[in-house]
Design a protein around this ligand. Structure first.
Ligand SMILES: *[C@@H]1O[C@H](CO)[C@@H](O)[C@H](O)[C@H]1NC(C)=O
Ligand SMILES: *[C@@H]1O[C@H](CO)[C@@H](O)[C@H](O)[C@H]1NC(C)=O
Ligand SMILES: *[C@@H]1O[C@H](CO)[C@@H](O)[C@H](O)[C@H]1NC(C)=O
Ligand SMILES: *[C@@H]1O[C@H](CO)[C@@H](O)[C@H](O)[C@H]1NC(C)=O
Length: 495
C-alpha cells in the first residue's frame, strides 16, 4: 500500500515536469492555416435582388416571423451582397489564410434546378472569389449552409430522395463555375443540426416535425450508400463551440424524439462561464477532449476546424471573446503537440456579427461589430480582431499582453523561462509576483505579493529568468508591463 502511494507521487512528479518543458505557449506548426467564417443567409442580404430565388430561410422568416426572437430576418443582414469588398478588406487586415463562406443555392439557381442559372448570382461569387485571390486569401466554400431553395422544399425538401440528384447537379455546376479558383469545398454545414432543428424541434425551417409517425424520421442511409461514401472525404471539417456533460436517462416512449432515442440527458457544470448564447458554455478542455475523440474514433484523420467562437452582445472591448480564443487555441496546441492529433487548420466564427438564426442580431460572434441600425451596416473593428491578428502573425495562441513565452525548461531543480517582447521598443518594467491562485491550484502564500527577482528594467528582446525555487514559480501569476497589470496565461502557472 505504501509503495503504491509512493510510486503514485513519483509518477505525478514526472508527469508535471514533462508538462512544464513541453507545451508552454508552443507555436502552431508552420503550415497550420488560420481563417474566418460566415454563411450566405447570415450575411448577404439582397434576398430578392438581381434574380435570386426564395429559400427556406426567406420563407420561414417571412411567414413565421414570431419564430425569430426580434421578429427580424436576413433580408439585409450585413448587406455583404453589396459590401463584399469591405469584407475582403477586413479579412486582409486580419491576415487570414482562408475565408470560409457558403454559396446561396437559390442565388445561383433561383428554382433550385440547373435549368435556369442566374448570371448575376454567379458573378457575385466570381467577384468575391477574385477579390479574395487578389488579396492572397483562399476561398473555402460550403455548398449548403441550411438555405434550401424554397421550390425544392415545396416538393418535399430533404426527405424527398430526388434531392440527392438535385444537390449533385448543383454541386457539379458549382465545381465547373468556380472550381478553377476554389480548391477546398465543404458539403453540408452541421447536418445533424439541420435535421434536429429543422425536423425535430422544428424551430428552424422547414419547421415540420417528422416524429411520432409509424414510419418516421428522415430517410436513412442504405448500406450501399454507406459503402459508397465511406473513405471519400479528404479531411474532417469540425465545427465546435462548447461541451455538455451527459448521463443516462430513460425517456417516456410516448414522446419520440432524437433526444429520447439517444437515452441521454445533457447538462452543464454550473461553474462554467457562459456566452450570450444560452447553449454556449466556455469549456476549453472540451476542445482537446473532442479532438482526441475524433482522432481515435475516425482513425487519425486530418481535422480542419471550420467553426469555433464565442457570442456576446456586441462589445467592442470583447475581452471575454479573447479569453475564449486563447484558452481554446491552447487546448488545440496541446492536442497537436502532446496528443499527436492532426489538426491542420482553424477557422474562427465569425468574421463579423451577423444574423444568428432564431436569435437574430442579439447574439454577436464577430471580430467586427456590425451596426444593423445603420443603412450602411457599418463595420467596426473589435479588440478580439487585434488579438486574432496577432495569433495569425505569430502562430501563437496569445501575446499575453505584449509578451510571449518561448520556452520554459527545467534543469535540475532550476527553472528557466525565456520570453520575448512583441514590442521591444517599449520600455518595460517587469516583476513577477504572487497573485490569487486560480481554481484547482493549492498554493501557499496566496494573496501576498513578493518579488522574485526584484525589478527588471529591459529594452531587450529576450528575457531569461531563472530560479531555483520551484515553489515560487508555482505562484507566478501576474506580470506588470509599464506599471499596468497584464494577465498571464494559466499555462505558465506551473503545476
Ligand atoms: C464542476 O466543476 C467544479 C470545478 O472544476 C468541480 O469541482 C465539480 O466537481 C464539477 N461538478 C460536476 C458535476 O462535474
Ligand atoms: C496530417 O494530414 C495530412 C494530410 O492528410 C498529412 O499530409 C500529414 O502527414 C498528417 N500529419 C500527421 C502528423 O498525421
Ligand atoms: C452611409 O455612407 C455614406 C457614404 O459613405 C455616408 O454619406 C452616409 O453619411 C452614411 N450614413 C450613415 C447613417 O452612416
Ligand atoms: C502550506 O500551508 C500548509 C497549511 O498552512 C502547511 O501545512 C504546509 O506546510 C505549507 N507548505 C509549504 C511548502 O510551506
Amino acid at each position: 500500500m505504501k509503495l503504491k502511494v509512493l510510486l503514485g507521487a513519483f509518477l505525478i512528479q514526472l508527469l508535471s515536469r514533462a508538462t512544464i518543458s513541453e507545451v508552454i505557449n508552443k507555436k502552431f506548426p508552420d503550415n497550420f492555416l488560420f481563417g474566418a467564417a460566415t454563411a450566405a443567409y447570415q450575411i448577404e442580404g439582397a434576398w430578392n435582388e438581381d434574380g435570386k430565388g426564395e429559400n427556406i430561410w426567406d420563407y420561414f422568416t417571412h411567414t413565421r416571423p414570431y419564430m425569430i426572437i426580434t421578429l427580424e430576418n436576413g433580408d439585409v443582414a450585413c448587406d455583404s451582397y453589396h459590401k463584399y469588398l469591405e469584407d475582403v478588406a477586413m479579412l486582409k487586415n486580419l491576415g487570414v489564410n482562408h475565408y470560409r463562406f457558403s454559396l446561396s443555392w437559390s442565388r445561383i439557381l433561383p428554382t433550385g434546378h440547373v435549368n435556369k442559372v442566374n448570371q448575376a448570382g454567379v458573378n457575385y461569387y466570381k467577384n468575391l472569389i477574385a477579390a479574395l485571390k487578389e488579396n492572397g486569401i483562399e476561398p473555402y466554400v460550403t455548398l449548403y449552409h441550411w438555405d434550401l431553395p424554397q421550390p425544392l422544399q415545396e416538393i418535399g425538401g430533404w426527405p424527398n430522395p430526388l434531392l440527392v440528384d438535385y444537390f449533385a447537379d448543383y454541386a457539379k455546376l458549382a465545381f465547373s463555375l468556380f472550381g478553377d479558383e476554389v480548391k477546398n469545398w465543404m458539403t453540408f454545414n452541421e447536418p445533424k443540426q439541420a435535421c434536429q432543428s429543422g425536423y425535430g424541434y422544428g424551430i428552424n425551417p422547414p419547421g415540420s416535425r417528422l416524429e411520432g409517425f409509424l414510419k418516421s424520421r428522415l430517410p436513412e442511409f442504405t448500406p450501399e450508400e454507406i459503402d459508397y461514401i465511406k473513405g471519400t472525404h479528404d479531411f474532417l471539417a469540425l465545427n465546435t463551440y462548447t461541451t455538455n456533460l451527459a448521463k443516462n436517462q430513460d425517456f417516456d416512449i410516448g414522446y419520440p424524439s432524437w433526444d429520447s432515442d439517444s437515452g441521454v440527458s445533457k447538462y452543464v457544470n454550473e461553474s462554467w462561464d457562459g456566452a450570450a448564447s444560452f447553449w454556449l458554455k466556455v469549456v476549453p478542455w472540451g476542445m482537446r477532449k473532442l479532438l482526441n475523440w475524433v482522432d481515435q474514433t475516425y482513425d487519425h484523420p486530418e481535422i480542419f476546424i471550420t467553426e469555433n467562437g464565442f457570442s456576446d452582445r456586441g462589445e467592442l472591448e470583447d475581452q471575454k471573446r479573447i479569453d475564449y480564443y486563447a484558452e481554446y487555441l491552447s487546448n488545440i496546441l496541446q492536442a497537436i503537440h502532446e496528443d499527436g492529433v492532426n489538426v491542420t487548420g482553424y477557422t474562427a466564427w465569425s468574421l463579423m456579427d451577423n444574423f444568428e438564426w432564431n436569435m437574430a442580431y442579439t447574439e454577436r460572434f464577430g471580430f467586427y461589430y456590425v451596426d444593423f441600425d445603420s443603412p450602411n451596416r457599418t463595420r467596426t473593428i473589435k479588440k478580439s480582431a487585434e488579438y486574432y491578428k496577432n495569433v495569425i502573425a505569430t502562430k501563437r495562441r496569445g501575446n499575453l499582453g505584449g509578451i510571449t513565452i518561448d520556452s520554459c525548461t527545467l534543469f535540475g531543480d532550476k527553472i528557466k523561462i525565456i520570453m520575448h517582447l512583441i514590442n521591444p521598443a517599449k520600455l518595460c518594467w517587469m516583476r513577477f509576483g504572487y497573485g490569487n491562485a486560480p481554481p484547482g491550484y493549492i498554493v501557499n502564500g496566496t494573496g501576498n505579493y513578493l518579488n522574485v527577482h526584484g525589478f527588471l528594467k529591459h529594452r531587450l528582446k529576450q528575457i531569461t529568468l531563472t530560479t531555483t525555487n520551484l515553489d515560487q514559480y508555482k505562484m507566478v501569476e501576474s506580470l506588470y508591463l509599464d506599471g499596468s497589470q497584464v494577465q498571464l496565461s494559466k499555462e505558465i502557472i506551473l503545476k
